[in-house]
Design a protein around this ligand. Structure first.
Ligand code: BGC
Length: 268
């Protein structure tokens, strides 16, 4: 060993080194598991572009690990995918293991989701992260938070409320500010897009609720920028006018695809 280190590399060594160099991953299948739909598409992780039209399948109910994993396998098969897979999941994830499941079946808790999805898809590499964290990653890398220094918070408004914190582009994972208490209520159950639909709220009433949630967050942690994502962010002109925040706020660039793109980037 010592001899090897002292000797200058021979031609053979150099050739072997260049032959075995690992090629950087450029294409990853991104999967976004949501409370109502599971979406996926192959992504070019060097540009953030989808390489094919995304496939969306309704989330099975009950959304158990087996049922959802079968849908993920169906999406992988649809794209004939044998490469790496990145997954965004609507709960806290620690080392590939699910720790909370507010909007999917509780039987997900403590499931090693990376392993489960690797088993059903046969993928050599599966990387799973919180859905808001990975969506935020897409935005700070290629979207509305690109080149933004300081403290950026991504908020996703959907079945639940997700939040992701970035400082100088670096993620601090599993920030569950969608469950912050506002007026004695869990923010998510009162101000998510699902709550708007469930209670048939007018844009003004709902916009003011979201404003209160964001105020609570900005008073606690003082971000430099909010990015708002989730399907409803397409209609930001209907509810942004009711915001009274001191923090600058913009909509996500990727809109509905942030989860897919970010899941792929996270796996890269
Ligand atoms: C979960 C978060 C998730 C958010 C959006 C919340 O209920 O606790 O982990 O990011 O929903 O799906």
């Amino acid at each position: 060993m010592a001899d090897e280190q002292l000797t200058a590399p021979t031609k053979t060594t150099a050739t072997r080194t260049s032959r075995t160099r690992v090629k950087p991953v450029t294409q990853v299948l991104g999967i976004d598991i949501g409370g109502t739909g599971v979406k996926g598409a192959p992504v070019d992780v060097t540009t953030g572009e989808l390489l094919a039209e995304r496939l969306r399948i309704e989330t099975p109910q009950p959304a158990t690990p087996e049922a959802v994993a079968a849908v993920v396998a169906e999406i992988a098969a649809h794209f004939n995918w044998t490469g790496p897979i990145g997954v965004g999941f609507p709960g806290v994830i620690k080392d590939g293991v699910v720790k909370t499941a507010a909007n999917v079946d509780k039987s997900w808790i403590d499931v090693d989701a990376s392993k489960l999805i690797a088993d059903v898809t046969g993928s050599p590499k599966v990387c799973i992260g919180n859905d808001a964290d990975v969506a935020g990653l897409a935005e700070v890398t290629f979207g509305a938070g690109k080149d933004h220094t300081g403290f950026v918070i991504m908020i996703t408004l959907g079945t639940g409320i997700g939040s992701a914190f970035f400082f100088n582009g670096k993620l601090l994972p599993n920030m569950e500010f969608g469950h912050v208490e506002v007026g004695g209520k869990n923010a998510e159950s009162w101000a998510s897009d699902a709550a708007r639909e469930r209670e048939d709220l007018k844009w003004e009433k709902w916009g003011k609720r979201v404003d209160r949630v964001l105020h609570t967050i900005e008073d606690l942690v003082w971000p430099d920028l909010f990015i708002v994502g989730g399907g409803v962010s397409k209609k930001s002109d209907k509810f942004f006018p009711y915001f009274t925040l001191r923090t600058p706020i913009v909509t996500a660039n990727f809109l509905n695809d942030a989860g897919i793109v970010g899941a792929a980037l996270h796996a890269k």
